[in-house]
Each structure stands twice: as structure tokens, then as C-alpha cells.
Design a protein around this ligand. Structure first.
Ligand code: GFB
Length: 382
């Protein structure tokens, strides 16, 4: 299937003139061009470079790139990566400027700003407790945000969109490591089913717009992400920031015992956010296939092992106390990353180095999300 923008425009023009569906108009135009010469009104396609033929379609450094959710953990890292790679035309919108759940507002913003590439990393996110106590917010916010941004990207002819899902889309009982084809093969983990359903709908949105309108929209499923810029909110945060905060608080108070939620037995895979940002750019420039791709390290540890690593960095010698009244969540979640490895990308940041960088950032940052003293209410997307 071609994703050439001029061809898409031609298909749309024909749809308007003939009343045909996208698929019928596309087939009719294809058969014209296959019978000889370009279809009426089409511009000649530039010859592809060898890299393009090998799947590498570099984004022009001055392309208009929209990072939705730019203030969140992933968005901040992505902006940092894009700036470091020399991209000069990065578009962002603060929450008070644009409510991503409002289709009319999103359309207005797209019409005014005309992004050519969209990283859809915005969303309402949180750890196991936030997911299980705020399911309505997680379902509504995320379904709306995914729908408005995908739809506007179609309406305003975005060249390419990368949608970020989550490893929690897979069934609770999926065989480990989890391959992409495990999607929708069994019941979801109840503690984050609402969030997972919104994320699954997002995957389907991207593939449906590809199928019906020929949009080059792709999806990636990252595993549990951690790193500088994470949310340290005591009840809403993910595992790693919560551990760092609790061990650091205990160290400052001189407490020797630190509470860890659950039994300590579940296993989790952790991906540094800078690795995820690198993967997002890699996929945006090199992947255009139907379906989606896992992003992770392929390695996991028990919660007890992860807590011990954090303890050794933050408060060596402290004792772990497990609070089994708190939820364990899914027993194991490690991704099979052979598909993305086969495309030529692999995670690079060692877990110990990554945790150390996060601890250093936590101790020196002038602004940490989720800490009451200097919390920024505008910065909890994605
Ligand atoms: O990061 P987390 O909250 O989410 O990790 P999930 C939960 C696991 O860490 C459970 C244990 O086994 C918890 O019992 N844990 C131990 C803790 N101490 C703590 C603590 O202080 N705080 C937290 N939060 N957990 C997430 C979804 O699931 O997976 C997200 O909630 C997202 O929405 C992500 O999809 C990929 O790993 O269970």
C-alpha cells in the first residue's frame, strides 16, 4: 500500500467526485496508473534513495513535529531527543491552551499549526493504585485523547503518526515473554483493564485509519517506563518513583524499615525513558507496517529485586517490609522484543545506570512532579 501524500489527495478528490469509498477510489486510481502512466493530475513521485528503499525515511530536520503530552515523562524525553537530533520545528500545546479531549479544539489547533508528524504520547497515566481507583478517568480521558488526535491527524493530512500504547494491553495470562500476537487472546488484568481497553481502542484506531483512509499511522507498545521527569505522587505514581521517594524519605528520617507494596513476587520489565524516546524516533523514521511493535528490554526482575536495587542506591542497609494489603497487579509482564530488534533497534541503558540517573535527578531537580512542595498541576500527561 502506498502512503504517498499526493496519492492520498487524489483518492480523496476522486471520492468527492464519484461518491466512491476510499478503497474503491484507491483501486480505481491504481488500475489507471498500472495500465500506463500517472493518473490524471498526479505529480511524479521523487525517486527513492537507497536508504528509503531499505525502510529508512528520515524526517526533514525542519518538519513540523507535534509532541502531544510534551510535559509528561515520555514527552519531555522525546523533546530532548528530538532537539539533540537537530529538529528545529517542534510543536507543543500546554493543557491550558488545548484540551486534547475536545475534538473541535484539537481540529482548530491542527488547522492553525499544520503538523506533519505527530507523536501521540499524551494520556492520563498512573501506577497500579491510580489505575484501580480511577478507572473512569483512565478510560474516558485516554479514549478521547486518542480519538481526537488520530482523527485530526487524518483530517489535516499528517504525514505520519506514532501512537504509544502500553504493555498492559495484553491478557493477564499471556505467555511470557509476550509477543505482539497475544493481543485480544484472553481476559485483561483487572487492576488496569480500563486503561488497557482505551489503549487497545487506540491501536485499532490507528490500524482502522490505515485500512480505510491509507493513513501512515503506526503503534508501539512500551513496557513499564522509568526515568528523570517521572511522577512522584504518593498514591498515583508507578513503582520506581514510589520506591525512590519512600527510601529517600526513610533515609532522611533515619528509619531502617521501608514498606514495599504487595508480596514482592510479581515480575516487571523496566525501560529507561531515554531508550523509549530513541525507539519512538527510530520507529517514526523506519517503520510503516501494519500491526504494532513491542518496545522493551526483554528482561525482567521481581519487585523484591527491583526494590533491593533502589535500596542499595538510596538507603543502603534498609530493610524491606512487604504490605500484602496493597495490590500485586499482573504476576508477570515481560515483552518479546524480537520484532523491534529485527528492525534494528535495541535498548541500551543498563538498569543500574538508569536508576542511578533517576536518583541523581530526583535529588537535584528544581521541580519534581507529585511532590507537594513544588508540584506543577500542568504536567501530568503521559
Ligand atoms: O508501576 P506499577 O504501579 O504498575 O507497579 P503495573 C506495580 C507493581 O509494583 C505491583 C508493586 O506488583 C505492586 O505491588 N509495588 C511495590 C508498587 N511497591 C509499590 C509502590 O510503592 N507503588 C506502586 N505503584 N507499585 C502498570 C499500569 O501496571 O503498567 C500502567 O498501572 C502502565 O497503567 C504500566 O500500563 C505499563 O506494572 O502493575
Amino acid at each position: 500500500m502506498t502512503h504517498d501524500k499526493d496519492f492520498k489527495r487524489l483518492v480523496r478528490t476522486r471520492m468527492a467526485e464519484t461518491g466512491e469509498t476510499y478503497t474503491a477510489a484507491q483501486a480505481a486510481l491504481r488500475s489507471v496508473s498500472e495500465r500506463g502512466g500517472p493518473a490524471a493530475g498526479s505529480r511524479p513521485r521523487p525517486r527513492s534513495t537507497p536508504n528509503e528503499r531499505a525502510g529508512h525515511r528520515p524526517i526533514p530536520r525542519d518538519a513540523r513535529i507535534f509532541v502531544s503530552g510534551h510535559a509528561g515523562l515520555v514527552g519531555v524525553a522525546l523533546l530532548r531527543r528530538l532537539r539533540a537530533e537537530g529538529f528545529t520545528n517542534l510543536l507543543t500545546a500546554r493543557r491550558d491552551q488545548l484540551d486534547l479531549r475536545d475534538q473541535a479544539a484539537v481540529n482548530y489547533w491542527f488547522r492553525a499549526n499544520r503538523p506533519e508528524y505527530v507523536f501521540l504520547v499524551a494520556g492520563t497515566v498512573g501506577g497500579v493504585l491510580a489505575n484501580s481507583t480511577r478507572p473512569a478517568e483512565f478510560l474516558y480521558d485516554n479514549m478521547m485523547i486518542h480519538a481526537t488526535v488520530v482523527h485530526a491527524s487524518h483530517l489535516f493530512d499528517v504525514d505520519k503518526l506514532l501512537y504509544l500504547g502500553s504493555s498492559c494491553v495484553y491478557p493477564r495470562g499471556a505467555a511470557q515473554p509476550i509477543t505482539e500476537d497475544a493481543l485480544l487472546t484472553g481476559p485483561l488484568e483487572p487492576t488496569n483493564a480500563a486503561y488497557a481497553l482505551a489503549k487497545i481502542a487506540g491501536i485499532r484506531l490507528c490500524s482502522s485509519y490505515r485500512e480505510q483512509y491509507g493513513c501512515d499511522f503506526i503503534s508501539a507498545m512500551p513496557t513499564n517506563v522509568y526515568g528523570p521527569g517521572d511522577n512522584f505522587d504518593a498514591t498515583g505514581g508507578h513503582l520506581v518513583p514510589m520506591l525512590i521517594r519512600r527510601f529517600d524519605d526513610a533515609r532522611q528520617r533515619g528509619d531502617r524499615e521501608v514498606t514495599v507494596w504487595g508480596t514482592g513476587k510479581p515480575r516487571r520489565e523496566l525501560l529507561h525513558v531515554d531508550d523509549l524516546a530513541a525507539a519512538c524516533l527510530f520507529l517514526m523514521e523506519r517503520a510503516s507496517q501494519e500491526g504494532f511493535v513491542n518496545v522493551g528490554t526483554g528482561r525482567d526482575l521481581t519487585i523484591r529485586e527491583i526494590a533491593s536495587l533502589v535500596r542499595d542506591l538510596v538507603h543502603p542497609g534498609a530493610n524491606l517490609v512487604f504490605d500484602t494489603s496493597m495490590p500485586d497487579g499482573v504476576p508477570r509482564k515481560v515483552l518479546d522484543v524480537s520484532r523491534i530488534n529485527g528492525l534494528g533497534w535495541a535498548a541500551e541503558i543498563d538498569l543500574n545506570d538508569g536508576l542511578q540517573s533517576m536518583v541523581d535527578w530526583y535529588r537535584t531537580a528544581d521541580h519534581v512532579r507529585g511532590l507537594e512542595i513544588n508540584a506543577d498541576p500542568d504536567a501530568d500527561a503521559a
